[in-house]
Ligand binder design. Structure first.
Ligand SMILES: [Zn+2]
Length: 254
């Protein structure tokens, strides 16, 4: 069945009479995820969250459209990991500016970027583009921050751990290697503690901190955990889409 709220599935016949109000752009990355998850993990996740949530919002009457996922993220810390791809922040800004130019010209004035990769940083890019598109409402949501991951997983992990492995087991089990192949996702901490506490930041050279590219132990992952988490995140994202779609963007504060 053709889903009318997904741009890559729908058609001109339908869209010519449509009045889309909110565009949603998932943005992922292409990178190793421990030994056992696909390089496209972030894209699979971002696309699935956006499409499922948009479907719920559409059923509630929100005129949303999901744009095709951008599959390359900022992977400057993984430059020596084979076929980890990288798109620089300045390139991301150029790509985003082109897409916003289309939406702005065609009167689709509400935009949500659904981020699916921790290395992508959007605030400064969106602040700068916000000045160029003053009539648009621009926002960013990060699906991995929607609910408290500790309510769903024993040891969620940051990268290819229990959370992501559970999600992929739920969404695309045929792409997950057998459990014997899973690395333990053990990561090394910085000798300078401020960086571990998070109030100081420096890029982590990924191959120095993890031997299997994972950060977080996937061993307790299950498709049931992934499914429960996926559903709750989608419900919240759908509510956000409905709220934005119905909001008067010139009158947002009370
Ligand atoms: Zn990931």
């Amino acid at each position: 069945m053709i889903r009318p709220y997904i741009l890559s599935e729908t058609n001109w016949n339908h869209l010519k009479d449509e009045n889309i109000n909110l565009a949603i752009l998932p943005w992922g990355a292409t990178e190793a995820h421990n030994f056992h998850l696909p390089y496209g993990t972030d894209n699979i996740e971002g696309t699935a969250f956006a499409e499922e949530a948009a479907g719920i919002a559409w059923e509630k009457g929100a005129k949303v459209i999901v744009l095709p996922t951008i599959p390359y993220g900022v992977n400057t810390g993984q430059k020596d990991i084979y076929l980890d791809m990288n798109m620089s922040p300045s390139t991301q800004m150029a790509v985003l500016k082109d897409l916003l130019t289309v939406l702005n010209r065609q009167g689709i004035m509400k935009f949500m970027l659904l981020n699916s990769h921790g290395g992508n940083n959007w605030k400064s890019i969106v602040r700068e583009l916000g000045l160029e598109f003053p009539d648009m409402f621009l926002c960013v949501a990060e699906w991995y921050k929607v609910v408290d991951r500790n309510d769903y997983f024993d040891e969620p992990g940051d990268h290819a751990g229990e959370l992501e492995t559970s999600l992929l087991l739920s969404l695309r089990p045929e792409l997950v290697l057998a459990k014997e192949e899973w690395g333990d996702g053990k990561d090394k901490k910085n000798k300078i503690d401020a960086f571990n506490k998070g109030w100081a930041w420096t890029e982590r050279p990924w191959s120095n901190i993890s031997s299997d590219t994972g950060v977080g132990n996937p061993s307790k992952a299950s498709s049931e955990k992934g499914h429960r988490y996926f559903k709750d995140v989608c419900d919240n994202l759908a509510n956000l889409m409905c709220d934005i779609a119905s909001a008067d963007i010139k009158n947002l504060y009370e």
